[in-house]
Design a protein around this ligand. Sequence first.
Ligand SMILES: Nc1ncnc2c1ncn2[C@@H]1O[C@H](COP(=O)(O)OP(=O)(O)OP(=O)(O)O)[C@@H](O)[C@H]1O
Ligand SMILES: [Mg+2]
Length: 240
Amino acid sequence: MMDMLLEVREISACYGRVDALRNVSLRVAGGEIVTVVGANGAGKSTLLLSILGVVSPTRGQIAFAGQDITRWSVHQRLGSGLVLVPEGRQILVSMTIEENLLLGAHMRRDGGVVRKELEGIYDRFPNLARHRSHNASCLSGGEQQMLALGRAMLAKPRLLMMDEPSLGLSPLFVTKVFELIEEYNRDGLSVLLIEQNTSHALKIAHRATVLELGRVAMEGEPSAMAGSARLQQAYLGGAV
Ligand SMILES: Nc1ncnc2c1ncn2[C@@H]1O[C@H](COP(=O)(O)OP(=O)(O)OP(=O)(O)O)[C@@H](O)[C@H]1O
Ligand SMILES: [Mg+2]
């Protein structure tokens, strides 16, 4: 087997009587961008929340960096380098940009290194640097997504999971977000990217999985998948 960073084996999850995931398997190798696409309600966020341990799957296993983390707490998982940029970004608008960024580093003990990395993030995001001591409420949606990404990077991810980072952004920022993901990936970051923006996601991913009503409908080469009839069908959510 390849050197798998993340391996999700046949997990199922539900909310009360609602089945959100059924027998879903997924792998991310070190250095890969893997994308999971699917319509509203397909189970994409539930998959990420299950990997992070916020949702407890009713069956199946999850392995990360060679360890079975199925029964680990969220805290342990965060500590092992599983980092999520959540749906809707979850910026604390009553805190400053710098305070928001440093939240990403709250579990780290290497303050000096964090300081240096913070400067690196300011180099990459001049807008955040310029407003570092202002409330995050002054940022546009696109800039807030940059902030959420910067905050996640300060948590030192071994796997960065992103839940629909392009949602609600202007075309300019959509392009920017995907460029940044590719840039970080070129530097070695492994990424699990959830998207409804399939055309962009399939362009930058090394492998892709299509979720449809909580099940894996398709997986493989992104280039082969773009424009496939099966993918279009998944977007109808099997409602036909
Ligand atoms: N907290 C919850 N309580 C009850 N049902 C939920 C809850 N969260 C999600 N669901 C249901 O679980 C299923 C999967 O939802 P999930 O949020 O994982 O989908 P998604 O693919 O992320 O959708 P979206 O694209 O809208 O974000 C849906 O049927 C949804 O209605
Ligand atoms: Mg979602």
